[in-house]
Design a protein around this ligand. Structure first.
Ligand SMILES: Cc1cc2nc3c(=O)[nH]c(=O)nc-3n(C[C@H](O)[C@H](O)[C@H](O)COP(=O)(O)OP(=O)(O)OC[C@H]3O[C@@H](n4cnc5c(N)ncnc54)[C@H](O)[C@@H]3O)c2cc1C
Length: 318
């Protein structure tokens, strides 16, 4: 276990914190992605994102504490603020978080507090673009929006967040600024590739993902493969989405490449095209959302959905 701080493709070595440099002949880079606050890193404290298990525990702590504070609060406007949950960004994670929060408020915690009805909690999903799930095709975004609204989520598109503080968020919408008093905010608006990609000295896309060749190799460096969320791979003219079935298949392909390079029998690699994910959402969301505290069991849900996706996702051999 070690933190890689840089990769030098010229000298073929990786620098590992506390361990010095390690030379390689073949390298697979899979350091994934993290949150991006678009230069507003101070917002992270007030609106954490969900990436790791630790993040999930922190979000759970904040959500449960918000309900506890609301129970103790005697000032009605402050109680409303404690009972207002804001999710920023309506990509897949934002949509899942908002749906799950609504389920928690309306079902999981219903009847657990004496001084207020948890079903009155307000869950807002804010999206700067014109629709939820902007990367999804056809009618899926609209269907997702309708399902969220059925769950009780207030979906606001065209609402760009301009400030996040301890007391809430400010949004620019319809040419004006609106302040929303809230105590629990969650960030799901931006993803940036791991900083390790930048040390590869190669082309990156806008999110910092490494632009790879069709076989996942690094341009000019066949001995290096980049896979998973860190890789910008194009299939049928569209970028392959950052989802686990794509990552697993890239992993197999990347391993097969390196295996062949060192003279072992190769394993057939496959990759999934983006449009094959069109049925990923929202049907699966609704089922999982009924688990109520779903976000707190992200790994289980991922594995479960991952299996379903793999079972029904057609594969394209490359
Ligand atoms: C909340 C959430 C829900 C998701 N739900 C789904 C889902 O339902 N279905 C689905 O298909 N996909 C889902 N995804 C996406 C899926 O998790 C990713 O596509 C997949 O994990 C990407 O795998 P990866 O190996 O590229 O990166 P990661 O899984 O992010 O792994 C990267 C690893 O590299 C390590 N690392 C990073 N930098 C360094 C460094 N410098 N040195 C050493 N180690 C480093 C990180 O600590 C991490 O362990 C979800 C993602 C999130 C965040």
């Amino acid at each position: 276990m070690g933190e890689v701080t840089a990769i030098d493709t010229a000298s073929r070595s990786v620098s590992v914190e506390g361990m010095g440099d390690i030379d390689y002949e073949h390298l697979i880079v899979a350091s994934g992605a993290t949150h991006s606050y678009f230069g507003n890193d101070a917002w992270a404290r007030h609106a954490p994102g969900l990436k790791t298990l630790q993040d999930a525990f922190e979000l759970r702590r904040r959500v449960l504490l918000a309900f506890e504070h609301a129970e103790r609060e005697t000032d009605e406007s402050l109680r409303r603020a404690w009972l207002t949950f804001v999710v920023i960004g309506a990509g897949v994670i934002g949509v899942e978080l908002a749906g799950t929060l609504a389920e928690i408020a309306r079902h999981t915690l219903s009847g657990e507090f004496r001084r207020f009805d948890t079903r009155t909690a307000r869950v807002l999903l804010l999206e700067g673009g014109e629709r939820v799930l902007p990367a999804f095709p056809g009618e899926l975004p609209e269907r997702a929006r309708l399902q969220l609204e059925e769950l009780g989520v207030e979906v606001r598109t065209g609402a760009r967040v301009t400030a996040v503080t301890e007391g809430g968020v400010t949004i620019a919408e319809n040419g004006g600024a609106t302040e929303i008093q809230a105590r629990t905010m969650m960030w799901a608006a931006g993803v940036a590739a791991s900083a390790l990609g930048a040390t590869l000295n190669t082309s990156l896309d806008r999110a910092g993902r490494v632009v790879v060749n069709a076989d996942l190799s690094l341009p000019g460096h066949p001995e290096v493969s980049v896979i998973g969320d860190l890789a910008h791979m194009v299939c049928d003219g569209k970028p392959v989405p950052g989802v686990s079935p794509a990552t697993k298949q890239m992993g197999r392909r990347g391993a097969a490449r390196q295996d062949q390079a060192i003279g072992h029998a190769g394993v057939a690699g496959m990759v999934v095209c983006p449009h094959l994910f069109s049925d990923w959402f929202p049907q699966s969301h609704h089922r999982d959302a009924r688990l109520g505290m779903g976000i707190f069991f992200i790994p289980t849900l991922c594995a479960h959905r991952d299996r379903r996706m793999e079972e029904r996702t057609p594969k394209l051999k490359i």
